[in-house]
Design a protein around this ligand. Structure first.
Ligand SMILES: Cc1ncc(COP(=O)(O)O)c(C=O)c1O
Length: 298
């Protein structure tokens, strides 16, 4: 089955989908998005992702014209048509088609454009080589990284810099020299027996997985802290992992070309990954699946 997408309610093969050139997502990255993963046809963490989409819309003064049920139905219809099993779902909302290529919101149309992509879920990489790049994470006062906008050039260029240095992903610092996050993931480092992750005030996306992990880790006897981290903190960490919807917990193998913790791997993170996935499966059965079925049926 070809990759499918849903543009304004119509399911089409990805290759046939068309977006007008005056769409503000195309012109200015004037859009927001969410990535959700499914287990079979059921998205995990839908309430959290839906809530974050609404927060991103509010931050960009973008008025969403569709409610949760209609969006969920479009996602479900696209998933059913694609029938991939475990899937990657990307929901994009642009500010729609304006009257001219002007940045002025007065020239913008009033109907957002909704696109849903569905793809077969890929296996996350196991060789994760992070490089702390020179390019800074965009300042929260300029364009808050907490807003999941379609404007990802900061991350695109930071990732390219990391790849130039032989890395597979980047870590960006903020203007104060503190670690923020990777190109599409949050970061955790184990320091003196505590899993530390940068606070939201560092200028990061409030990752759904990050929040779930801050809840989950103490329930399995792990200590956590949200605190500013310097590059030298990461260099002395016992283990480092990335967190995101697509990888849950992704152990980091190298930092700036050096094996993390002398190359002893990330045994604790791998154990936690297994337990976290068991917890996800339980939540899916007990909460996500019944709620999702209720949302898309009737
Ligand atoms: C910049 C950035 N940080 C963190 C994350 C992880 O967020 P989540 O756990 O909600 O997938 C993402 C996910 O795309 C991201 O793009």
């Amino acid at each position: 089955m070809a990759n499918l997408c849903n543009v304004d309610g119509v399911v089409t093969p990805e290759a046939d989908a068309r977006i007008p050139v005056l769409d503000r997502g195309f012109l200015f990255g004037d859009s927001i998005y969410e990535v959700v993963r499914t287990h079979g046809q059921v998205p995990f963490g839908w309430p959290e992702h839906w809530q974050r989409l609404q927060a991103s819309a509010a931050a960009l003064r973008l008025r969403l014209d569709l409610g949760e049920r209609e969006v969920a139905r479009r996602v479900a219809a696209t998933l059913a048509a694609a029938d991939h099993g475990d899937s990657y779902v990307r929901i994009i909302v642009t500010r729609g088609t304006g009257q001219s290529p002007s940045i002025d919101l007065a020239q913008a149309g009033s109907t957002p454009r909704w696109v849903v992509f569905v793809r077969r879920l890929a296996t996350p990489p196991t060789d994760v080589r992070l490089c702390i790049v020179d390019r800074l994470r965009v300042d929260r006062r300029a364009l808050d990284p907490a807003t999941k906008s379609g404007n990802y050039l900061n991350n695109v260029l930071a990732l390219a810099e990391a790849k130039d240095r032989g890395g597979t992903d980047c870590l960006m610092c903020n203007g104060e020299g503190n670690i923020t996050e990777a190109s599409t993931a949050n970061v955790f480092a184990r320091l003196d027996g505590v899993w530390c992750t940068p606070p939201l005030t560092a200028g990061i996306l409030a990752g759904v997985t990050r929040a779930l992990l801050l809840e989950f880790l103490p329930t399995v006897g792990e200590r956590t802290a949200e605190r500013d981290l310097r590059p030298q903190d990461l260099r002395r960490a016992d283990e480092i992992f990335l967190s995101s919807t697509l990888r849950d917990i992704g152990p980091v193998t190298h930092l700036d070309g050096q094996p993390v913790a002398g190359g002893k791997g990330a045994p604790r993170a791998l154990q936690l990954l297994q337990r976290f996935r068991e917890r996800i499966a339980q939540r899916l059965r007990e909460h996500d699946e019944p709620r999702w079925r209720g949302l898309v049926s009737g």
